[in-house]
Design a protein. Sequence first.
Lengths: 178, 449
Amino acid sequence: MHWKILVTVIAGLALGACETTSDNAGSAQGGGSATGQGSSSGGSGSSSPQVSSLAPGGVPAGSQEDLVTNIGDRVFFGLDSVSLSAEARATLEKQAEWLRRNQGVTITIAGHADERGTREYNLALGDRRATAVRDYLVALGLDQNRVKTVSYGKERPVDARSAEDAWSKNRRSVTTVN
Amino acid sequence: MRNIKRVTRYRISLPLVALSALFLLSIASPTHAELKVDITSGKIEPLPIALPDFFGNGAQAHTLGRDIAAVVSANLERSGLFRLIDRKAFIQARSSLRIRPKFPSWRQINAQALVVGSTEVRPNGQLRVEFRLWDVFAGQQLVGLRTDTEPQNWRRVAHIIADAIYKRITGEQGYFDTRVVYVAESGPAEKRVKRLAIMDQDGANHRYLTSGAELVLTPRFSPTAQEITYLEYRGGRPRVYIFNIDTGQREALGDFPGMTFAPRFSPSGKRVIMSMAQDGNSDIFVMDLPTRRVSRLTSHPSIDTSPSFSPDGRRVVFNSDRGGRQQIYVMDSDGGNPKRISFGNGRYATPVWSPRGDLIAFTKITQGEFFIGVMRPNGGGERLLAKGFLVEGPTWSPNGRVLMFFRQARAGAGGGKPKLYSVDLTGFNEREIRTPTAGSDPAWSPPKR
């Protein structure tokens, strides 16, 4: 019985680890269902244990995995738009709060566009989107020096199919821990 | 009747090779209607032309004669202006052609033009190629040309011959002795590898210029065709670079706080015009290359990008969404007097001024489809030449008569595989340009000198 609980905890940890690949994992909403604090599975023997804080879900706090799993690393945009939806603002408010908690973290915000525009215009549009996200985070108190932006235009889709549901996933900004 | 004797010199960039071309005898007859194709109007009935293998004495000359004829034929055929007559129909034997064509036997197979050539490997190892273009019905020589060069330059000789034929028949400069730089694409769309690649306009002599380690986009030739300006994500920072084709060296253009992109050389080659994005706003700047001085041309809270100089360097065409939607604008080369010129339905992008100055090519997006089109610099006379789920990025042939662009079909998982195409200004004769991998962002070189 005790054995069974331990297995669940480890499985939870493993799942968290699987979801960490930053960009291609899809929308990765804050799926942190807080499966216990995963106290280093019974390792009570050693005299001076290495202690590092674990965020909910069992990933290192302040890491990309933490951001993806517990906060959400990306926000989405409408067609040819740079305005932040209520949902996008909610995600960014969580990011701002998370960045306050993890003061050592610096980030890069990458802006992306769907394939239905021309290459150069989309580079400019991606830059606008990344900047809109940066400006919102800075307005929420993030130090400008902790954030960089980059645009990939339409060059790095997460879903390369030519379909509206793919395009809406590709019109995004992604926050990455440096 | 007049006799015109001209001597023209061609120089090939390889320093040791002097290729001299001698226009042999060219006689124009006032009594005979000119053998001429007007390439400016509508669908063209291709001119029937006979092009036997060039006659070569000896095994090497024979092979070169066959290869040169094949390259000339392929160029002429692809132009859409010529129909190569099946060689099985030829009546006169190749060996006797050297003396003089028997015109009745060429008229009999309805050839209007005849190309007769010979190849000879000289005692000093040089390759001598001669050719004559004949008007079959008038029985007259239209062009004669002799070249001496290293045998390994045989492809260039073939392109120069094709250019001479094209020019004599159409009255326009040929575009066969040119190259194309483009972005070669491989791998899945989510992490596509993009490399600069260069090839002759017919796809021969293909080679990669970059390794694919860094993302590269939008290459464009300098007016001397020795350099390419393009966008590279070196160290994760997208910036405009200049790449020297001969040395392989690359250099970042300036050190700006934001992304620089959408570069193009000025017609003089002394300036590069580009966009810079700063705080989310993209404006147009121009850098003077000798002094590295940068001037701002636009200052508008909109996306201003894809600038292109007029061939006289006095005006710049670009696209901007300052009116709410992406449209084409023309301004003076100091940034003054911006005027919108596109007013049709949809969004207009990637304007490129024709080397002749008479037209601007663009990409248009409307009702879920992409088009390649042209309009006059005042915005009038819009014509759409090609369409697709995605077509983008037109580039002009140096004579301003053909456009190259890329097209991508609606994609399933794994993403689209763009391909290069060319289309005539008439909207006819669309051709795929074969590349080893998927390809995008073609840029046509100016003529070689």
